[in-house]
Design a protein around this ligand. Sequence first.
Ligand code: ZN
Ligand code: ZN
Length: 176
Amino acid sequence: MDIFIAPLKFYSALLLQNLVKELSKRFTSNIHIIELKMNLDDFLFFERGQYFSTQIIAEAMKLTDEFDGKIILLTNVDIFVPVLTFIFGEAQLNGKHSILSVCRLHEEFYSGISNESLLFERTIKEALHELGHCYGLRHCIDWDCVMHSSPGIEEVDIKGNTYCHKCISKIEGYKQ
Ligand SMILES: [Zn+2]
Ligand SMILES: [Zn+2]
């Protein structure tokens, strides 16, 4: 089953390229970059200055019938669901679609100092995490596992960057 990455308001070609490279190393699936004709501004909530991720996923579902596999919507904008101040990502449990925002994975968001390798490390962790949900995984209590919940950036940095043995058995085509 292939993995499709759809950049939406995502402008870092290098980060995208590195993500594709890393996912290709880890999965036997082919990794594709696809273009979806949708306007994220339709999902901007002006009073919050953020984009409603569940609605973005719902719109993407209408546009992606032709793609057989898992789809990650990748964006730079800050996303939310109404009960939370922000989220790094959202995924359909055992489904096809997920969304990942790198907005708050940037170190400059917290300290004002950019750190590209840390951004990459955080991005791959959260991409694997959202993919894990699409493959049917729920949150894991093992801190070495990328499926550990990460409501804040501290938890993203603390948890491991791959799946634990229990979780890995549910991921299709995972190599390492
Ligand atoms: Zn999660
Ligand atoms: Zn696990």
